[in-house]
Design a protein around this ligand. Structure first.
Ligand SMILES: [Zn+2]
Length: 305
């Protein structure tokens, strides 16, 4: 059985740390991030995007996550990330996810309210929590198209949460999806975040918050990747966001970079070795390493009980 996402987040809210949300696409990623969480005794949210479900199938990813939760002695929740297709959201609710995100942030305010409300009513009947988004997070990721950042308005955030009854809220405060986040320096609007925090009681979620670790980028480039212009969010900014009330932080890009760097290195160093386990095993290890760094940064280490 999966853990309740909402309970993990409410506990984090009281303890002033953030629960890691890691996007999963295959077995190596599931094992890498859950091993990291188990090593550091951290709760963890495994998340599937619509893109990952198209790639692997909901049944496969659900089963992988379920197996991880059975064999790993830490709280694990399963979450649908950026649900835009209502059929997919409904399917996730039926199959037994811990929480779903309905992302209608690209719609006008009233339509976002109505769409979110519909999903909240459906999900709450099955005791499943709902994440919604107000404002738009920048960048592109999976099935989420390229967007400009539109900061979340603190006043409308209060109205949105009251009218939709959503359980946690993704806010746009200047973060951006993907590895190419900013042309210049990243600047998160911590004043907007504090204002939202004062008006809204539900846990707040940060998307597009990967660090894009320099060491991983250098490693990938050493073995042929071309990653000019990649840029992430500095650790200090993440810490400040947690201090200002963020309790769930999504990480996908950093895992992709780790996967990419490790696979490139393995292929390059052993051109005569065609064993997939020797190619993907190092990726699983590097993902675990990167996930452990995220967990330490978020302050969720030791919070598994
Ligand atoms: Zn996102």
């Amino acid at each position: 059985m999966f853990h309740s996402t909402l309970k993990l987040l409410q506990k984090a809210q009281r303890g002033r740390y953030a629960v890691p949300h890691f996007n999963i696409n295959n077995m190596e990623i599931v094992q890498g991030v859950t091993r990291a969480a188990a090593t550091l005794r951290s709760p963890v949210i495994l998340a599937t995007s619509e893109g990952s479900l198209q790639y692997a199938g909901m049944n496969y990813l659900y089963s992988l996550a379920q197996t991880a939760s059975e064999v790993t002695p830490i709280p694990i929740a399963l979450h649908l990330d950026h649900g835009q297709n209502e059929e997919v959201v409904r399917k996730a609710i039926l199959i037994g996810y811990s929480s779903v995100m309905i992302d209608a942030s690209h719609e006008p305010f009233e339509r976002n309210v109505q769409k979110t409300k519909r999903i909240v009513q459906l999900a709450h009947r099955k005791d499943i929590a709902v994440e919604a988004e107000l404002g738009t997070i920048g960048g592109a990721e999976d099935t989420v198209r390229e967007r400009k950042i539109q900061y979340t308005d603190p006043n409308t955030a209060q109205e949105f949460v009251e009218r939709t009854d959503c359980d946690f809220l993704a806010v746009a405060i200047g973060t951006s999806h993907g590895a190419y986040k900013f042309a210049g320096k990243p600047s998160l609007q911590h004043n907007i975040l504090s204002q939202i925090r004062r008006r809204v009681q539900v846990p707040l979620v940060l998307h597009g918050a990967s660090a894009v670790p320099r060491k991983i980028v250098v490693l990938a480039e050493k073995y042929g990747a071309s990653l000019q212009g990649v840029r992430g969010i500095p650790d200090a900014q993440i810490k400040k966001a947690i201090a200002n009330g963020v309790t769930k932080i999504n990480t996908d890009t950093d895992l992709r970079l780790a996967f990419d760097a490790a696979v490139r290195k393995a292929l390059n160093n052993s051109p005569r070795d065609v064993d997939p386990r020797h190619i993907l095993g190092p990726a699983r290890d590097l993902i675990q390493h990167v996930a452990e760094q995220r967990i330490r940064l978020f302050g969720s280490a030791g919070k598994a009980s």
